[in-house]
Design a binder for this molecule. Structure first.
Ligand code: NAD
Ligand code: DAU
Length: 356
């Protein structure tokens, strides 16, 4: 049955993919986004004229606005994607991570809880607050460690992951204390179209095409578990509609790769699709630079709970998904040009100029 969803952070990379899927799937989406540097209305261009998509410019920490939206639209669920999402930025400036990820989530939870508690019984029971989180809350793994399960203790190592762990705890507490029907999903690294080019895959792709250095932090042996964003969003919808209240579900791609593998793969694909000629390879642009502070070595997700309980599994193989993603960046030069604004150039200078 079609639902009305209040989605926060729906102009960002993952949120916009979810909004596109849900609006095309027949749901009505109230999309609340602050449009920070990573929020981009161009991500939603294809549903601009769709009456089932209502965009609202605002902050999850704005109590008055949240209350108004709940009263006006009476959503069946709130899905919270809104966050500061980049680890390197959290190392430079943790404050805004606490403000949005911790305090913002708490305000959203509190205002939603106050509205939800007076709902008529049937609507109250059916309501869901779904919080989108990350595998980074579990800390780091060695090569021999088993993958993270839902029971792995939290051990966040960056200001970003500490703020996400804190928000997860608040969501859990609102379920335990007030009975708010919550769900949490902890997902591994996403890739795909429309990702802001501060993150590994789009940064390396666009740097390669621009003839710039490909800055691999440290040895490049760090491992991430990659999942296509569309598979992540389908998993979120499954948990939202069929997941057990109060539970958390891990979501992962079963696709562990070292950073060096990823960067080499991007270069090989570009060598095929857009050859440099004269026997040159994009790999010549790879440089090793000063490591990220507190750099987590390995993330890996055990997603057997969502597979067994809800029958989910990823549809994209990494090999197909990465090729499609590189092609998307090549085929969308306008999106790329618009996003590489003054703010983006400032960030690149701040994060990379001091690295040897
Ligand atoms: P993103 O940075 O691309 O998007 C974040 C969005 O939130 C932007 O549109 C931004 O404008 C909005 N936003 C930020 N602060 C806000 C505020 N105070 N009020 C309202 N909107 C605000 O991030 P993403 O990669 O799409 O990540 C979305 C969520 O998924 C985050 O919660 C992140 O922690 C989580 N996550 C990301 C990944 C990943 O690999 N990217 C993996 C697992 C979980
Ligand atoms: O695991 C899920 C998380 O994945 C999400 O919660 C975060 O929101 C998301 O940003 C992502 O975090 P990572 O730190 O893993 O992603 P990032 O793309 O920043 O980096 C991936 C790996 O690549 C990491 O080991 C650092 C390395 N890296 C990154 C950049 C930007 C480089 O070597 N060079 C770079 O320039």
């Amino acid at each position: 049955m079609a639902k009305t969803l209040l989605v926060t952070g729906g102009a960002g990379f993952i949120g916009s993919c979810f909004v596109l899927q849900r609006v095309l799937g027949g749901d009505t989406v109230i999309n609340l986004d602050k449009l920070t540097y990573s929020g981009n209305l161009e991500n939603l261009k294809s549903i601009q004229a769709n009456k089932n998509h209502i965009f609202v410019h605002g902050d999850i920490g704005d109590e008055k606005l949240i209350k108004e939206l709940l009263e006006k639209y009476r959503p069946d669920a709130v899905v919270n994607f809104a966050a500061e999402s980049h680890v390197d930025r959290s190392i430079h400036d943790p404050d805004v991570f606490v403000k949005t990820n911790v305090l913002g989530t708490e305000v959203l939870l509190r205002v939603v809880k106050d509205w939800w508690k007076d709902l008529q019984q049937e609507k109250k029971e059916a309501f869901r607050f779904h919080h989108i989180s990350t595998d980074e809350v579990f800390g780091t793994l060695s090569l021999e460690d088993p993958a993270f399960t839902e029971d792995t203790p939290f051990a966040p190592n960056s200001p970003y992951s500490a703020s996400k762990a804190s928000s997860d705890h608040f969501v859990r507490a609102f379920h335990e204390t007030y009975g708010l029907p919550t769900l949490i999903t902890n997902c591994s690294n996403n890739y795909g179209p429309r990702q802001f080019p501060e993150k590994l895959i789009p940064l390396m792709t666009l740097n390669a095409l621009a003839g710039k250095n490909l800055p691999v932090y440290g040895t490049g042996e760090n491992i991430r578990d990659w999942l296509h964003v569309e598979d992540h969003c389908e998993a979120i919808h499954l948990v939202l509609t069929k997941g057990r209240v109060g539970q958390t579900y891990n979501i992962g791609g079963k696709s562990e790769r070292t950073n060096l593998f990823i960067v080499n793969k991007i270069c090989e694909l570009l060598d095929e699709i857009k050859p440099l000629g004269a026997g040159k390879s994009y790999k010549d642009q790879i440089v090793h630079v000063t490591d990220r502070l507190g750099h987590d070595f390995r993330y890996a997700i055990n997603c057997s709970k969502i597979e067994k309980e809800l029958g989910w599994s990823p549809k994209h193989t990494f090999e197909e998904g990465i090729k499609e993603t590189i092609e998307w960046y090549l085929n969308n030069p306008e999106w790329v040009k618009n996003i590489q604004s003054g703010e983006y150039r400032k960030w690149i200078e701040l994060n990379y100029a001091g690295r040897q």
